[in-house]
Design a protein around this ligand. Structure first.
Ligand code: SF4
Length: 218
């Protein structure tokens, strides 16, 4: 069972000092990644830090391997995810599962989450105040999991993580440094469902991810 390292605990302490201590346990103890993430989930499942709390059915925390080498991040839960409390379970989620299988990864090997943990009404993009309220959860998840690679799915997630307003096309096909991980950008699976001409470039992105994983064995 994977436990949090001293370095991870120091990073989490720094996040606490940034004024978001209300999402943390008062005393951080050395526990397993699984246990710590699960405790954070249950402690925050009634979160009311932003207005999305008023319309959500479920707090959609994340799913997968808490020791994953790759974390996939979308923008927010959709209708099916809100119903089931699990990220990427609708049609877009099924396509994501197939995309993973194409590069010989299973959902059990990776971790999947979103920028905001509650569904924006009518699947609109999350607004800036909602993103800022929710981002500490994601940063904490990443500090605990410590993936080698973070894959931002879609323009919204990529713009938030890279703090820019660039087009999706201009952000693809390269790796960025993001904290202790490498960050890459590809299409959101729901965009691929709408526009099949993006499937080929998305496949190029997946192959780049696979090559990096093969180089970067841990
Ligand atoms: S979106 Fe995030 S910050 Fe807003 S209520 Fe849900 S969990 Fe809390």
């Amino acid at each position: 069972m994977s436990t949090l390292s001293e370095a991870q605990l120091r990073k989490i302490e720094l996040l606490k000092l940034s004024g978001i201590q209300d999402i943390f346990k008062p005393e951080v103890q050395i526990v397993s990644k699984d246990k710590y993430l699960e405790e954070l989930r249950t402690e925050n499942e009634h979160c009311k830090r932003c207005k999305l709390a008023a319309t959500r059915k479920s707090f959609v925390w994340g799913q997968g391997n808490t020791d994953a080498r790759v974390v996939f991040i979308g923008e927010g839960p959709g209708e099916q995810e809100d119903e089931q409390g699990v990220p990427f379970v609708g049609k877009a989620g099924q396509l994501l599962t197939k995309m993973l299988e194409a590069i010989e990864l299973s959902r059990e090997e990776v971790y999947i989450t979103n920028i905001v943990k509650c569904r924006p009404p009518q699947n609109r993009n999350p607004e800036e105040d909602e993103i800022q309220a929710c981002l500490p959860f994601l940063l904490t998840q990443l500090s605990i999991i410590q993936p080698s690679i973070i894959c931002a799915l879609g323009k919204v997630a990529a713009n938030v993580l890279l703090q820019n307003d660039n087009s999706l096309g201009s952000m693809r096909q390269k790796f960025y440094n993001f904290r202790d991980s490498k960050l890459m950008v590809t299409y959101h699976p729901s965009a691929l469902l709408r526009n099949s001409q993006w499937k080929r470039p998305a496949w190029e992105d997946l192959k780049m991810l696979k090559r990096e994983l093969q180089k970067n064995v841990r």
